[in-house]
Design a protein around this ligand. Structure first.
Ligand code: ADP
Length: 257
């Protein structure tokens, strides 16, 4: 059976006004449930905890202090999982929350424990919903304790479970030869076979207000998975049912392979 990791970005899950994009979340749940019914094994890496927390607490931007961000993430993670639980239940789909720290990369024992968890969830047709454990992974200066961003996390998870495909959904149609938000004449690159310095030079900036990674972190993640023999598709998540088309082999977005 085919193993697919889906990573969905903050910009797809949260409206500009800070409210959860319930339509997108519902479509995502509908689509992933449908794929499980087709005997695909699905792992969802979901961003949006801080965004959801900001909305719930009535804040309009991330607090500067790390402990305050952690508190916002704790509130938002619960809110996000509550919504996922409700929407997935409508489609008869069970979920399990998996919060990870960089330990899964650093310690073989932790890695094996997490792998066992994934295997048993997938075996039972349960969708693991993964995020970084923000309450534990704090040290922003020592990058060894953090994944840093969910693009990286999704590639690490995909590599760890031997996924056939990582689908990254963002607020953009794919990877362009330059940032389309800055250059009107940017054109979509349909296929990337190798990621090198020239590729990184085509990505710029930090993305949207609530999004964190931007295109650089997506390229880094794609590079990591490609090196492990995996494939990555970057596509627009405005309508998450696009995942059906991507899994069926339609050429939308950018394929890194
Ligand atoms: P997400 O929250 O979905 O992870 P981000 O906002 O972090 O998304 O990253 C996507 C953004 O990256 C795009 O909206 C765009 O502004 C920016 N970007 C920079 N360079 C490029 C490029 N070459 N092609 C596409 N998008 C780019």
């Amino acid at each position: 059976s085919k193993r697919i990791v889906v990573k969905i970005g903050t910009s797809t899950l949260i409206h500009q006004n800070g409210k959860l994009n319930l339509k997108a979340i519902d479509q995502l749940c509908y689509t992933l449930s449908g794929l499980v019914n087709e005997n695909k094994q699905i792992v969802l890496v979901s961003s949006g905890a801080i965004g959801a927390g900001l909305g719930l607490l009535g804040l309009d931007k991330r607090p500067v202090a790390i402990p305050e961000q952690q508190a916002v993430a704790a509130v938002g993670q619960t809110q996000l999982m509550t919504v996922y639980q409700q929407r997935f239940a409508v489609y008869g789909q069970k979920i399990g929350q998996v919060l990870l720290t960089h330990d899964v990369v650093d310690y073989p024992k932790s890695r094996q424990n997490v792998l066992n968890t994934f295997e048993n969830l997938l075996k039972n047709k349960i969708i693991p919903i993964v995020n970084e454990n923000d309450a534990v992974a704090v040290d922003e200066l020592d990058h060894h304790t953090r994944f840093g961003d969910n693009d990286q996390l999704s590639a690490i998870v995909a590599k760890m479970i031997g996924a056939d495909l990582l689908i990254m959904l963002s607020d953009i149609d794919g990877f362009f030869d330059k940032n389309p938000r800055k250059y009107a004449d940017a054109s979509l690159i349909k296929r990337v076979k190798q990621i090198n310095a020239a590729t990184f030079a085509q990505a710029s900036g930090h993305g949207t207000k609530l999004g964190t990674g931007g295109m650089l972190t997506k390229l880094r993640a794609a590079k990591l998975l490609m090196a492990a023999g995996g494939s990555v598709i970057l596509a627009n998540g405005a309508n998450p049912s696009i995942i059906f088309k991507l899994v069926a082999g339609q050429e939308l977005g950018t394929l890194f392979q």
